[in-house]
Design a protein around this ligand. Structure first.
Ligand code: ATP
Ligand code: MG
Length: 327
């Protein structure tokens, strides 16, 4: 593959499929929720929702297939996504189940305790509705989140979307943001491997690279991915920034921006949303990568998983005043 690995924005929106949640956060750090503690939220959340919100805010065309309940937690999300420019026509409303939620408390060491309601919430009720089919039929790019593979029914919708979007000349990206332990059953493992095989762009972070590619050495794992379909791999390195590798052998490093980390949740999703949108809008890798790093870094400076998602103008302003980390 030469040139840009992703189909242009003009072919149709970037879409994603999966969970929409609210996140409710403990104000103080500590261990879990075993006693009353002050909370803040609800914040719009869910990895696919954060990704698509950042994609839309930066100016890419964007849409999501998801399900919420007929409640305020659902309305908080739909209102935000609509306001930020995402196509919400394929978000269905299930009257029988509440919108998904995640209660989160940071520990002093930065690790997190969660109380999730996803599997038995509206988030798990996504369906290939006629609105979802219509959105897929006009899409130019599918972004798959590893987390979505845990949702019953999502795999079939993803499979359908891959076929339709590839068939019309669109492209696929894959963020394998799933813990190794969650890949337990053979079916999920096979689906995961299938997505690694067909993705044009893969966006792993940390050990996800090795879960996706095997091996223990970074270079070896990257080469293994280029032995499949990938044209670009964007490797996320937290506060240290990121690197894009291309099939043609280029390596572009981008140091992290120096920020005060308030809430790291959602950084990887904002990074991905910005990178995919910028590449599809025709930006060269170097420029897209700076915006992606800025989107991730800006998002960690505020409470709430998608509160820091920035527009192009906001990211330009952020880049202008924020120093990069010296390597
Ligand atoms: P998530 O926790 O959302 O799954 P991730 O593990 O997929 O995140 P990270 O590497 O943590 O991805 O973050 C994505 C990008 O955001 C990084 O490559 C970096 O550019 C930026 N970023 C994240 N955390 C920081 C930080 N503390 N300081 C500066 N930049 C950051
Ligand atoms: Mg991640």
């Amino acid at each position: 593959m030469t040139g840009i690995a992703l189909a242009p924005d003009a072919l149709g929106p970037t879409i994603t499929i999966g969970e929409i949640l609210v996140e409710i956060m403990a104000v103080d750090r500590g261990t879990g929720f075993l006693e009353p503690t002050a909370l803040v939220g609800p914040y719009p959340s869910g990895a696919p929702a954060i990704f698509i919100d950042q994609c839309a805010r930066i100016g890419g065309s964007a849409g999501i297939i998801a399900c919420v309940g007929d409640d305020d937690f659902g309305r908080v999300n739909v209102t935000r996504l609509r306001a930020d420019g995402a196509d919400i026509s394929a978000i269905s409303i299930n009257p029988d189940f509440p919108t998904g939620s995640a209660f989160v408390r940071y520990r002093n060491d930065g690790s997190r305790d969660f109380v999730f309601n996803i599997a038995k919430s509206a988030a798990a009720k996504i369906d290939l509705t006629s609105a979802a089919r219509a959105l897929i039929d006009r899409s130019g790019h599918l972004h798959v989140m590893g987390t979505a593979l845990a949702i019953p029914g999502a795999a079939e919708i993803i499979e359908h979307a891959v076929t339709v979007i590839k068939g019309r000349g669109g492209s696929i990206s894959f963020d394998p943001n799933v813990r190794k332990e969650l890949l337990g059953d053979t079916e999920t493992r096979t689906r995961f491997a299938g997505l690694v095989d067909i993705a044009d762009l893969i966006l792993p972070s940390g050990e996800e690279l090795f879960v996706a590619a095997g091996g223990e050495d970074e270079g070896e794992a990257i080469r293994a991915l280029f032995g499949r379909n990938a044209g670009e791999v964007a490797l996320k390195r937290g506060a240290d920034g990121s690197t894009v590798f291309t099939r043609e052998g280029q390596r572009i490093d981008c140091p992290g921006f120096v920020v005060e980390e308030i809430d790291p949740t959602g950084a990887g999703d904002c990074f991905g949303g910005a990178y995919v949108a910028c590449r599809r809008l025709g930006m060269p890798i170097e420029q897209a990568l700076i915006y992606a790093n800025a989107a991730g870094a800006r998002n960690v400076t505020v409470m709430g998983p998608m509160e820091g998602a920035g527009t192009l103008a906001e990211l330009d302003a952020f880049i202008a005043v924020t120093p990069g980390r010296r390597s």
